[in-house]
Structure formats: C-alpha cells, structure tokens
Write a protein that binds this ligand. Structure first.
Ligand SMILES: NC(=O)C1=CN([C@@H]2O[C@H](COP(=O)(O)OP(=O)(O)OC[C@H]3O[C@@H](n4cnc5c(N)ncnc54)[C@H](OP(=O)(O)O)[C@@H]3O)[C@@H](O)[C@H]2O)C=CC1
Ligand SMILES: Nc1nc2c(c(=O)[nH]1)N=C([C@H](O)[C@@H](O)CO)CN2
Length: 235
C-alpha cells in the first residue's frame, strides 16, 4: 500500500473535501476527527483509516501521534487542517483561549511534524507538509486575536520545517481568506464578507483542494504561502 496522506480535522468542510479527492486519486488517506459524523463512516467505507483525536491537551496530542506512527512507517504527506476559529468575545477565560489556540494550531502540528520526520523522509517520493494557516497570519484580527496569533505561529513553523527537512520534504502554508460560510452566517454577514475581496465570491472547499494538488505536484515550491483570498490584500 502507498505511503499515506494524513489529514487532521477531516470530518467536514475543507478537510473532508481534501480526503475525498485524495481517496478518489488513489491515495491511502489517514484522517483524524474530533466529533464522529456520518462523513467519517463514509470515508472509512472508501478505504480511509480514521482516528479520533482532540488536540486540546498535550497528552491527547501524544496519544494521537502514537496511533498515527503505528499505522505506517512512511508518510507521503501531512496536512494540518484541524482548527478552531474561536473569538475573544465568546471566551471569558482569555488565558485558556490562547492556550487552546496554540495547542491545536501550533503545538499539535509541531509535535506531529517532529514525530513524523523519519516517516516523511523515508517516503519513496518527495513528501509534503501543508499547514492550513489563514489570511490573518500577516494582518492579525481584532476579533480573533489568539486564533490569528496561533496561525502566525503555524506559518512560522512552515519556514522552520522547510529549512530543516529540505530536500526530501517540501513544507508550505495555504492561507485562505473566506472560502466557505458557516451555518448560521446571516445575509448581512455574508454580504459584508463578500465585499472584503476584489473577486467578491465564496469559492468553496475545492479552491483548497486545488491548492493541495498544486503543492503535491510541484518540484520547486517550499517555504511558501499559497494565498487563497480573492485579492483581499489589495482592497
Ligand atoms: N473555511 C474558510 O473559509 C477558511 C478556512 N481556513 C482554515 O482552513 C482549514 C479548514 O477550514 P474549515 O474546513 O472551515 O475548518 P473547520 O472550522 O470545519 O474545522 C476543521 C475541523 O477542525 C476540527 N477541530 C477543531 N478543534 C479541534 C481540536 N481541538 N482538536 C482536533 N480537531 C479539532 C473540527 O473537528 P470536529 O468538527 O470533528 O469537532 C473541524 O471539523 C482550517 O485550518 C481553517 O482555519 C482559513 C481561512 C478561511
Ligand atoms: N477553523 C476555521 N477557521 C476559519 C474559518 C472557519 O470556518 N473555520 N472561517 C474563516 C472565515 O472564512 C474568514 O476567513 C472570513 O474572513 C477564517 N478561519
């Protein structure tokens, strides 16, 4: 069986779209999920290996690493997708908020990458690490301060791991802005969000899937950020 692609947080939305596409392309896919959904059973029926993992404590992260390492001695790629888009106004305890953001967006990717270094380098083809960061990695966010800081930390890990693991492993960030709305987004929010970019569309999960495939196919891109933001930075 081919060396697997690990995708974290793949029970819905972008991660689920990536998992389905990579399975359809013939990859062996390993996914983690926090909340069991019918989508996970569907991925398993398509041949994915599924693991329950909540990256909210260091002990849980280390347990997930042990399970991930036990699945395969080599990995074709790791896509750090799991994410909690938390905002300060919903979290009274700000100390636990930034701790929670750093655990899922920085500590988990950092520890998983270090644990899988040999598995990625021993892959029989050049391998990839992809960090799903965010447009706000460079701008900050007044409503999602801890979230933005943790995504900036994740992007900085892209730069460090790109230097550490070259040439066997390419390491890149994908930094989306608005790709998908969430349930409960009202029309006023949607219209305001659309107007933040030049292209004024919400492209959907496939925009991220196309970026993943571009990076997988590249021979010369590492330490970079693919910005998927519709020109928001120029508005
Ligand atoms: N969608 C967008 O427009 C944008 C997305 N991004 C980034 O792209 C990536 C994918 O986005 P999207 O699909 O919307 O992400 P989601 O908000 O759907 O989150 C992905 C998954 O992360 C899991 N997750 C959350 N917290 C934890 C945790 N503590 N431990 C383990 N898993 C956890 C959730 O698991 P479960 O549901 O199983 O509990 C969820 O299914 C994310 O990294 C996001 O920050 C950035 C900018 C815009
Ligand atoms: N984990 C998530 N992170 C983010 C999401 C999301 O739904 N889940 N959504 C956004 C927004 O689309 C934002 O980019 C709009 O400006 C950001 N991060």
């Amino acid at each position: 069986m081919n060396s697997p692609v690990l995708i974290t947080g793949a029970s819905q939305r972008l991660g689920l779209a990536m998992a389905n596409t990579l399975l359809d392309q013939g990859h062996h896919v390993v996914v983690t999920y926090r909340t069991l959904r019918p989508s996970i059973s569907m991925l398993e029926d398509k041949g994915a290996t599924v693991l329950q993992a909540d990256f909210s404590t260091e002990a849980a992260i280390d347990r997930a690493i042990d399970e991930i390492k036990a699945i395969s001695k080599t990995y074709r790629a790791v896509i750090h997708n799991a994410s909690d888009w938390a905002q300060e106004r919903d979290n009274h305890d700000k100390h636990s908020l930034i701790e929670r953001m750093m655990l899922v967006h920085a500590v988990a990717p950092y520890r998983i990458n270090l644990a899988l270094e040999k598995a990625l380098c021993d892959c029989d083809v050049q391998s990839d690490i992809i960090h799903m960061t965010d447009y706000v990695q460079e701008t900050g966010s007044e409503k999602h301060m801890a979230y933005a800081a943790s995504k900036a930390a994740l992007h900085n890990l892209t730069l460090s791991f790109a230097k550490k693991l070259a040439p066997k492993v390419k390491v890149n960030s994908i930094a989306p802005a608005l790709l998908m709305f969430n349930e409960g987004d009202d029309e006023a929010y949607k219209q305001k969000a659309l107007e933040k970019s030049l292209l004024e569309i919400v492209p959907g999960a496939q925009e991220a899937v196309k970026a993943v495939n571009y990076l997988f196919d590249s021979d010369y891109v590492t330490g970079q950020t693919l910005h998927l933001n519709g020109g928001r930075h120029l508005k």
